[in-house]
Design a protein. Structure first.
Length: 232
């Protein structure tokens, strides 16, 4: 899909290839900016709470980067985040700066996160090939769910909206040789739960998906569009 002209700018707060591909398919031009945060420091019992907290932490980290960069470009002393700083305070400062310019174009920041839930246990990216192998073997003949979040922040107005989405995936028996090829290829090491349902090697062994493929890939299109409209 060719990029359309929109009356706003988009920053995608992710280096994920699948998220970049999906946002491009949706017809948006965007820039990429990532947050320097330690995701392991953020822990929640419920997967829905975890992915929302991580998406918010990523957004706050990127907002801090933007603010620090703006201050540096103006030869001002950078206003770095400290523990007492809240997202609202940061956005308020950005909003004040932006609103000094007449007819400021809205800039939307999109952040997201995803985990896999298998037998009630949250799975993030595999820590090793062996763990990825164990993850995929567990899916064979069974089922798993992806829980993903999308958070859209309007940096011009300070408005922020976010929601989570869940997809259930049912698998046929996955042959050991297929699992070994996936692990050796290495791509499964960089995705939540080592799960890539759109991969040509795994696609024939997907029995049923209750939800959308784009959600499993990390960015549900319909939800993202909904949140974009809400923050505008």
């Amino acid at each position: 899909m060719a990029a359309k002209t929109h009356p706003f700018k988009i920053i995608l707060g992710s280096s994920s290839k699948s998220r970049k591909d999906i946002l491009t398919e949706m017809g948006y031009d965007f820039t990429i900016m990532t947050a320097d945060i330690d995701e392991k420091e953020i822990r929640m019992e419920k997967p829905e709470d975890l992915v929302m907290a991580l998406a918010e932490a990523k957004a706050n980290g990127i907002i801090t980067r933007i603010q620090t960069t703006d201050c540096s470009e103006k030869n001002a002393e950078p206003a770095l985040l400290i523990t007492a700083d809240t997202a609202d305070a940061i956005l308020s400062r950005l909003q004040t700066d932006v609103n000094k310019e007449e007819d400021a174009e809205s800039t939307l920041l999109i952040t997201a996160d995803q985990v896999v839930v298998y037998e009630g246990v949250i799975r993030e990216k595999p820590s090793s090939k062996e763990e990825a192998r164990q993850f995929i073997k567990g899916y064979s003949g069974g089922r798993a769910a992806t829980v993903g979040s999308v958070l859209v922040t309007n940096l011009t107005t300070g408005t922020r909206r976010g929601e989570w989405d869940r997809v259930e995936i049912y698998f046929r028996e996955i042959p050991d040789e297929v699992i070994e090829k996936l692990v050796d290829e290495g791509v499964v090491l960089y995705v939540a739960g080592g799960l890539i349902i759109e991969h040509p090697l795994i696609l024939p062994f997907i029995e049923k998906v209750e939800g959308t493929t784009d959600s499993v890939m990390g960015l549900p299109k319909a939800l993202t569009e909904k949140l974009i409209h809400e923050v505008l």
